[in-house]
Structure formats: C-alpha cells, structure tokens
Ligand binder design. Structure first.
Ligand SMILES: Nc1ncnc2c1ncn2[C@@H]1O[C@H](COP(=O)(O)OP(=O)(O)OP(=O)(O)O)[C@@H](O)[C@H]1O
Length: 343
C-alpha cells in the first residue's frame, strides 16, 4: 500500500513518512548528506557557526569551515587565537555554546565520532620508561581493524629503534612515534596540533616528507595547527588564519598571499656603466634589503610605483637594466602583517 498508493490519503502518508524516516534513521546510522547548491557532498569536517566564549571573554566566535575528504587544512594564528579550542570542539572534547560541527557527517557531540580520527598525544604524557614497540602496542590494542605494530613502525621509520626507551629518542623520533600512535586505528582524519614544534629544521623536513608520503599512500584528511608558515605552505591545500577567535581569511596559501599580501620585493640588476646608488631615494622604496652599485633588493610600496620611479631614473640618468624580478612575499609576511593589523 505504501509503495504503490491507490488513495490520496496514502500518497499524503508517503510524502510525510519518507522524510520523517530519513530524518530519524539516517543520522542514527552515522550518515548525513549535506545539500550544497544542488550537490550532495559529505565533508570530512563541517563546522557551522561555532561559538565558545570563556568567562574572560576569549574563545572562538561564529566559526564555520568545510574540509573535503583527502584535503590538508592548516589552522594558523598567534598564541591564544583559539586554535586548540576550535580543534577540540571538532574532536568533541569541548562543547561549544552554539553552532555545530560534524566529522564525516557525525556530530562531534556523539561518542562515535572518535572512530573517524587519530590525534597526536601531547609531549607531556609520561612515556619515558616505555620502549617504542610497547607504546605502539598499547595504541594498537585500542583498535580491532587498525594497523599492526610492525606496519606502523615501518611506516614512520622506527623499526631499528623499536627496543629503545622513549626517553632516549630524539625530538624528531618522538614526533614520528606520536604519529604512529595517531595512525594506529587507520583513521580517515588526522588531527596534528603543532606537530613539528621544537624540532630542528632538518627533522622538521624529514617529518614533512613522511607526512606527505603517508598522505599519498593512505589518502587521509589532515587538519593541523602550526606556527610555521613554511610548514603550511609545504603541506596544506588550504589555510585559515584565526585571530582573536575569528577567521580573518581562508584560502589556498597562494590565494591568501595574492589577496592579502601587500609586501612586494624587487631585485634589479643594472649594466656596468649604470649606478644604482640613487635607488634608495625612490619614493616607492620602503626599505633597502641589500644594495651595491649594480644590484639591489628593495621592499617596495607597489610594482607600479617602483616602475614609475625606475622609468624616471632610466630617462634622466641613462641607467640600463639587465634584470628585474618581483616577489610577492611569503605566507609568513602576510600572516605577520594581518596579525599585526588586528593587534
Ligand atoms: N578552559 C579554558 N578556560 C578559560 N579560558 C580558556 C580555556 N582554554 C583556553 N582559554 C583561553 O582562550 C583563548 C584561546 O585559547 P586556545 O588555547 O584555544 O588558543 P591557541 O590558539 O591554541 O593558543 P596557543 O597557540 O598558545 O596554543 C586564550 O586566551 C586562553 O587563555
């Protein structure tokens, strides 16, 4: 009767019953489809208008973000901006005052949300008197269908250190061990909170390479916080800059630099008969980074203003150019500039 209604009242029942069942049953199964401009899409992370205000007035305010499956999203911002608060709301460890967040369609408030992600434990967890393989064994014991101890040690390059005590590992090895623990349950989503803080530049690069190769192999989504903009440029598809609990900008690192960066550098080289020493008097030069008679690097107001100055110099002083290169600055320049503007 319900499948092939004959009577108008049965049609009415069908029209009412199906949406009600859909609403009740689908979230229960942990499946929630997001209807987005006619497309059906389920995000790895979806946060809608989340606010958490602490008694001090600090916190995070009206934050929304969507992270696609397989994407690497970087959350950056100064100390106290609200990064940990935001990440812990998504993980279900803090309850927001308002708004909602979902991981693969499951509300962060539900216990089951934990099955989707792995997170790196913090340095202050007491592990020092345990050996590497014992620590990984404990992590593996929590999952039925996760990776084995030997798979994990292989993945993070700690096979030869498996009998070493945690306290004897280098900073880079400890971070790789924490990564192994986070990966134990074969998570679809990995949370990394400042994963390379305290590492030397070489160990940091080793960690980046490891993460990139694991991402290629396992295809997981990554949500990380970082204070290193180079790390974000190397690893992340998109970045969100959080200041005082609010997003100032979200986009790919190059979009953010192109849209918000007003730091422009120029390097010019002139021929041997020309002299560049007058260049620092240009109105368009904010700062001389380096300069000698034939070559100079300047932090400038804009390309247009500098080219006007240079045109004048070439006409009046017969300066001939060998080479000119502009550089828009880095994500770090933009973040420093935007963060400073808000302070
Ligand atoms: N449980 C809490 N109770 C009261 N205030 C808190 C609590 N947790 C964080 N705060 C405050 O909220 C603000 C945001 O803190 P949060 O730790 O989220 O920032 P963060 O961006 O992760 O900082 P950092 O980069 O230093 O780790 C800070 O001013 C902090 O003091």
């Amino acid at each position: 009767m319900l499948l092939f209604p004959q009577q108008p009242q049965h049609w009415l029942l069908l029209v009412v019953a199906v949406p009600v069942l859909w609403y009740l049953v689908v979230p229960y199964q942990g499946i929630r489809l997001v209807f987005n401009e006619g497309r059906e899409e389920m995000f790895a992370i979806e946060v809608r208008n989340v606010t958490k205000r602490y008694p001090s007035g600090k916190g995070v305010f009206d934050l929304s973000v969507e992270v696609k499956e397989g994407e690497c999203f970087g959350l950056v911002g100064p100390n106290g901006a609200g990064k940990t608060t935001f990440i812990e709301i998504i993980e279900g460890l803090r309850i927001p005052d308002s708004g909602a967040s979902f991981v693969f369609g499951v509300s962060s408030r539900e216990e089951g949300v934990r099955s989707f992600f792995g997170a790196q434990i913090q340095e202050n967890v007491p592990l020092s008197r345990l050996r590497v393989f014992e620590i990984v064994e404990v992590a593996c014991a929590a999952y039925r269908d996760g990776f084995s101890v030997s798979e994990l040690l292989e993945m993070v390059g700690l096979v030869t250190e498996k009998r070493s005590f945690y306290e004897h590992l280098s900073g880079g090895q400890r971070q790789r061990l924490r990564l192994a623990m986070a990966l134990a349950g074969k998570p679809r989503l990995l949370f990394l909170d400042e994963p390379t803080t305290g590492l030397d530049p070489h160990s940091r690069r080793v960690f980046w390479e490891l993460l990139q190769s694991l991402r290629e192999k396992l295809g997981m989504t990554i949500f990380l916080t970082s204070h290193y903009m180079e790390e974000v440029e190397v690893l992340c598809d998109r970045v969100g800059l959080l200041v005082d609990g609010r997003f100032i900008c979200v986009g790919t690192p190059s979009e953010v630099v192109a849209k918000y960066g007003n730091t422009v550098f120029v390097r010019i080289v002139v021929d041997e008969k020309s002299n560049l020493t007058r260049a620092q008097a240009f109105a368009s030069v904010l700062e001389v980074v380096e300069q000698d008679e034939r070559e100079g690097v300047f932090h400038i107001v804009s390309r247009e203003a500098f080219l006007r100055d240079l045109g004048e110099l070439m006409r009046e002083k017969e300066v001939r150019l060998y080479n000119i290169e502009f550089d828009s600055g880095s994500l770090e320049d933009v973040v420093v500039q935007l963060t400073g503007e808000r302070r």
